[in-house]
Design a protein around this ligand. Structure first.
Ligand SMILES: Cc1cc2nc3c(=O)[nH]c(=O)nc-3n(C[C@H](O)[C@H](O)[C@H](O)COP(=O)(O)O)c2cc1C
Length: 335
């Protein structure tokens, strides 16, 4: 799969998290759900010996940077890091089963920093205190943050059997894919406002526009997992191409121009905001009625006979919903 990802246009490889013992993965352990994906994969079910003897070598043979995923406690990292050192351009430590307490997370980082001289990235779950953890990790010497891991625990039910979709003890799983993108963006943005080390954004990136959004929130690079599971390893080249096109279409010379853009703009803006009324681009508007149907204020009327969209300025609350619902981007509002 790592080689397929390389052939599919990935710019770097993050290997599956391994730990001291192989994971005993309950099954079923993956399910597509509406808007997202559930998994209860834990870490790699393969023994560390297989990774060291075979898998990392195959990853290195691609010629791409190899980021080796490890978990979880300081003692486990102390044992694993020297073993994977010959194969790693960087380590990525997962905090997924470590909890929200900062001390064991820092201890794991320190254990890795002592064992290797390559950069150590810290992969954060959507911890409630993520800004505090991010700052503490930067102070303790983390070279980059990767955020976020899947969100949960969550539950999905198979309506035919009444049983949970996941085979874990409680039937719970971890949510990923499009559903968690806003959460990932918020975490990246929160961390970017607090730290100076690079942030790698992950969570629901399915296309180039999502990648651009992550970068505007403050990410220097993005990772993609669920989209590749669902649509195959060629997604990497597609997403990179779409990101390039987005940059070209908007007159940006490189990702440097969008990285952290939202953080900078929001610093300038300060106080809560008020927006202008929606404006309609008549050439783009197809009078499809989508905006009228969902206007909570009854302020929009699709006048098909006159061929225009009428907006009642008395009723319009400038809520912005119509602008986001219009797939033809025929509506804008002054921000
Ligand atoms: C099936 C599956 C297995 C995963 N295994 C790991 C893992 O071993 N280590 C890890 O840090 N994250 C793991 N993740 C989390 C992803 O790396 C990623 O952080 C998360 O799914 C959000 O990104 P996405 O929406 O692009 O999938 C896994 C996700 C899925 C769906």
């Amino acid at each position: 799969m790592l080689q397929a990802a390389a052939n599919g246009g990935a710019g770097g490889l993050v290997t599956k998290t391994i730990s001291v013992q192989p994971a005993e993965v309950p099954r079923p352990c993956m399910a597509e759900i509406r808007g997202g994906f559930l998994n209860t994969e834990l870490w790699s079910e393969l023994p560390k010996e297989q990774w060291i003897e075979k898998e990392y070598k195959l990853a290195r043979a691609t010629g791409l940077p190899v980021i080796v995923g490890l978990g979880y406690t300081a003692a486990q990292i102390r044992e694993l890091a020297p073993l994977v050192k010959p194969f790693a351009d960087a380590l990525e430590l997962s905090t997924h089963y470590v909890g929200n307490n900062i001390t064991p997370i820092i201890d794991a980082l320190c254990a890795a920093k002592e064992a290797v001289d390559v950069p150590v990235f810290m992969k954060l779950s959507p911890h409630p205190n993520i800004q505090e953890i991010a700052l503490a990790l930067e102070d303790a010497g983390a070279d980059a943050l990767v955020m976020i891991n899947s969100f949960g625990p969550c539950l999905g039910i198979d309506l035919e059997t009444g049983l949970p979709l996941m085979g874990s003890k409680d039937g719970f799983g971890w949510l990923s894919g499009a559903a968690i993108k806003p959460l990932a963006l918020r975490c990246v943005y929160d961390a970017a406002r607090a730290v100076r080390i690079p942030i790698i954004g992950v969570g629901g990136v399915s296309n180039g526009r999502d990648a651009a959004e992550m970068m505007m929130a403050g990410a220097s690079a993005v990772q993609v997992c669920t989209e590749a599971i669902l649509r195959g390893p060629t997604v990497y080249a597609r997403i990179a191409g779409e990101l390039n096109k987005f940059l070209d279409d908007h007159g940006y010379a490189s990702v440097d121009e969008i990285r952290g853009l939202t953080v900078r703009l929001m610093r300038q803006r300060g106080a809560p905001h008020s927006a202008g009324p929606p404006e309609v681009n008549v050439e783009r508007c197809a009078l499809c009625g989508t905006c009228e149907k969902s206007c909570p204020y009854g302020a929009i009327h699709t006048n098909k006979e006159a061929g225009i969209l009428e907006i009642d300025e008395e009723k319009c609350f400038h809520c912005g919903l119509c602008v986001t619902r219009c797939k033809l981007r025929a509506m804008t509002m002054e921000l």
